[in-house]
Design a protein around this ligand. Structure first.
Ligand code: BTN
Length: 244
């Protein structure tokens, strides 16, 4: 069920309420403390985009396989954009890009029991109508800027939930290899040499080969050595770009 609020602090916080259960959606027109990954704020103009959180209760999923949830969510976002004629890719771990521009971000927060995942809050910011963005955002875009005009946020949200339910059912059915294969086939910068940076800031050239089921990014370095990196161990080095 979709629960709409005109305003809240962060839908990820609101969705923690015990009344919200599996596949419930907490959607807000605006957030005063929208959170992004790596401690960033999530910026969104009131009413123009989608800012919402979905509650999942994946009790069947071993904790070591929690990255499968990121994959399922990213695939549902890519399919939703495709429903509107947009070809998107997944920038590891789960930013959604159209070309070199970020159109959606995902913040997944897990509540773990001793041996299983008790609850997962999937927070999503998807830019729909916004065309002006703050200068400090490196490369934002929106469905409208990419040519999908006049989309209603509610309609897009409903399309996303159908796609999420479909991918999630495949996870429940144990179709894990197919999910990971599809996720890998949509990876941004896969099999192309690019510049990355370690957490220390030191840069290096490498080629993304795949993402492991644990969520580690496997890259081939310029000298041919292969390494697997966890989230936050390396970053993409992307130039600042504006969609105009
Ligand atoms: C990112 O940094 O790319 C992740 C952004 C996630 C933003 C969404 S907006 C709805 C939900 N509530 C939050 O506070 N954050 C997420």
């Amino acid at each position: 069920m979709i629960h709409y609020f005109e305003h809240t602090t962060s839908t990820n916080d609101l969705a923690r309420g015990a009344d919200y259960r599996h596949m419930d959606v907490v959607w807000a027109g605006s957030q005063s403390a929208g959170r992004g990954q790596r401690g960033h704020k999530w910026h969104s103009i009131e009413g123009e985009n989608l800012t919402f959180s979905v509650v999942l209760e994946p009790h069947f999923l071993p904790i070591v396989e929690q990255f499968m949830l990121s994959e399922v969510v990213a695939l549902a976002l890519v399919d939703t954009l495709r429903n509107y004629g947009l070809e998107a890719r997944i920038k590891w771990t789960n930013d959604i890009y159209v070309g070199d521009y970020k159109i959606a971000g995902v913040l997944i927060e897990q509540m773990l029991a001793t041996d299983h995942i008790a609850r997962t809050i999937v927070g999503i910011g998807l830019n729909i109508q916004q065309t002006d963005f703050p200068d400090d955002l490196p490369n934002p875009t929106s469905m409208r800027l990419e040519g999908a005009e006049g989309c209603s946020p509610r309609e897009v949200l409903e399309a996303f939930m159908l796609n999420l339910e479909r991918w999630y059912s495949r996870l429940v059915d144990g179709d894990k290899d197919a999910i990971s294969q599809r996720y890998n086939s949509l990876l941004y910068h896969r099999d192309e040499p690019h510049t990355y940076a370690y957490a220390s800031g030191e840069r290096f050239e490498a080629t993304i080969r795949r993402v492991q089921p644990t969520g580690h990014l496997v890259v081939e370095h310029a000298d041919g050595t292969i390494s697997a990196y966890a989230f936050k161990e390396i970053e993409f080095c992307l130039p600042q770009k504006r969609r105009r």
